[in-house]
Design a protein around this ligand. Structure first.
Ligand code: IPE
Ligand code: IPE
Ligand code: MG
Length: 255
């Protein structure tokens, strides 16, 4: 991805801005290792990058930002690291940071299997409190994918349909989508992953099927506004066809 200059940001602002951006915040561990810090210190350094990303999205008018904080596969890590990652009030959204986002009009939601008994109760209380505090904000939705797995999300949606007694012929894409963790969430237009890994690791497979994927070598704790602007500039240079024979028809379909 080409990093744009500061004087090109106005063009990005004037162009077609994605409604929903996803970020796979990867590379905290490698960032820490390069500085002989602990992996948890790498995660702690992620917070500034999250705030910078939110600020850039607010500036551009992105309405939805979904960030991958903890996957259903991350339980396989060492206990100390998991214990730290459960404390997102320490590494992702400390109280002052949360209050700042609240003042900026950001609605914060947590998406994932939040009733998992492995999540400590005080962490769960904190996320419920955060969601309640910000639920009336309308400027932007920050979705934090926490104990999130795309396959788990689809399984949970299917379970909900089965529990409602929905007959097989009544199962449609719309009905299933209505049972996802955030049914009002629009499809992802752009997914950005840091740290040179070219995969999506179970990140919103349903919502991101037609997302443009942008991969950066930057490690997540070094990610700043300029990276987000550059990723959106890259998105604006892409031609989305959405299965149609030409980009224009694809764009029509999307409208
Ligand atoms: C991403 O950084 C954050 C989480 C998965 C919680 P990593 O912890 O995966 O960092 P690397 O990939 O080991 O460098
Ligand atoms: C994806 O990163 C999950 C998060 C960013 C929370 P991982 O580091 O867990 O993904 P893999 O193992 O490299 O695919
Ligand atoms: Mg990783």
């Amino acid at each position: 991805m080409r990093i744009i200059e500061a004087d090109q940001v106005a063009d990005v602002r004037a162009g077609e801005v994605p409604a929903h951006v996803g970020v796979i915040m990867d590379g905290n561990g490698r960032w820490a290792q390069m500085r002989t810090l602990t992996r948890s210190e790498g995660h702690a350094a992620a917070e500034d990058a999250v705030v910078a990303t939110v600020d850039a999205c607010l500036d551009l008018g992105v309405r939805w930002l979904s960030a991958y904080a903890f996957s259903t596969e991350n339980w396989t890590r060492e206990v100390e690291e998991i214990a730290f990652l459960m404390r997102f009030d320490e590494w992702l959204l400390r109280k002052e940071r949360r209050d700042e986002l609240n003042e900026k009009g950001v609605q914060i939601r947590f998406l994932g299997r939040l009733d998992d008994p492995r999540i400590p109760e005080d962490s769960r209380d904190w996320l419920v409190e955060t969601a309640a505090l910000t639920e009336h904000n309308t400027r932007m939705v920050l979705g934090i994918a926490f104990n999130y797995g795309g396959r788990a999300e689809i399984v949970d949606a299917v379970r909900a349909l089965v529990a409602q007694g929905v007959a097989p012929e009544e199962v449609t894409e719309e009905r299933l989508a209505a049972e996802l963790y955030a049914p009002d969430m629009p499809d992802m237009d752009l997914v950005v992953r840091t740290s040179s890994e070219h995969r999506t690791s179970n990140f919103f497979p349903w919502q991101a099927t037609y997302a443009e994927l942008v991969f950066l070598d930057t490690l997540w704790p070094d990610f700043r506004e300029g990276h987000l602007y550059s990723a959106v500039a890259e998105y604006q240079a892409r031609r989305r066809r959405m299965g149609a024979a030409s980009a224009a028809a694809g764009a029509d379909r999307r409208a």
